[in-house]
Design a binder for this molecule. Structure first.
Ligand code: COA
Length: 181
């Protein structure tokens, strides 16, 4: 990983605007979407066990972040994916599972191992035996990274209300797989 970038605990409530600016550049978000995401992130941080990590340059600039929380079947995300998983008898993945809600790295800092370190570090401290997430259902760098960490497809073509593109739901046992030596 890049020597000068430090991974550590992130006060996401305090730095939500910086984090959403990273997400906007990495993932593409309009100003309206940023405003909506801001409320969602702040609400998520009130859920039990919600945690965030940031990747920071020596001058304190945030260049990547991850956050997640133990899944709760009552959470909106879980209620959307549940029927897709249940139809394949895979909805046990929703129990005792740490959800990766967002993972984003500033484009100029991608492909240096920052994303891998963020998601591995946050899941290493999870008490749950598995992790789940959703990613846009195309062969993106994110999907490649998740597969290399042991995440497998649990459902595909999952439609979230108001999201134009279908998602894949992926799950992995914890701890996440390390690259073979
Ligand atoms: C997904 C993302 C967070 C990864 O962060 P990153 O710091 O670039 O990732 P890393 O450098 O740690 O890992 C790169 C890994 O991704 C995978 N990868 C990278 N580019 C890839 C590509 N073009 N195709 C397939 N896999 C790719 C590889 O598995 C690579 O592993 P390697 O270390 O063995 O080469 C970053 O690409 C990003 O922010 N993308 C836009 C936002 C996004 O899609 N977020 C996820 C939402 S679900």
């Amino acid at each position: 990983m890049t020597d000068d970038v430090v991974i550590g605990a992130l006060d996401l409530a305090l730095r939500v605007d910086e984090a959403l600016a990273v997400q906007a550049r990495a993932f593409g978000l309009s100003d309206d979407e940023i405003a909506v995401r801001r409320q969602i992130v702040l609400r998520h941080l009130g859920h039990p066990g919600a945690r965030a990590l940031g990747a920071t340059t020596p001058d304190g600039r945030l260049v990547g972040f991850v956050y997640g929380m133990p899944n709760d079947r009552a959470h909106w995300w879980s209620t959307v994916v549940e029927p897709y998983l249940r139809s394949r008898e895979l909805d046990f993945w929703l129990d005792d599972s740490f959800v990766i809600t967002e993972l984003h790295v500033e484009p100029a800092y991608q492909n240096r191992g920052i994303g891998r370190t963020l998601i591995t570090t946050i899941t290493d401290s999870a008490a749950e035996p598995r992790s789940i997430l959703s990613a846009i259902d195309w062969e993106s760098p994110a999907r490649g990274l998740y597969r290399s960490l042991g995440y497998q497809d649990l459902a595909r073509q999952v439609l979230f209300p108001s999201a134009p593109k279908p998602y894949a739901v992926m799950g992995a046992p914890l701890p996440l797989r390390r690259p073979s030596a």
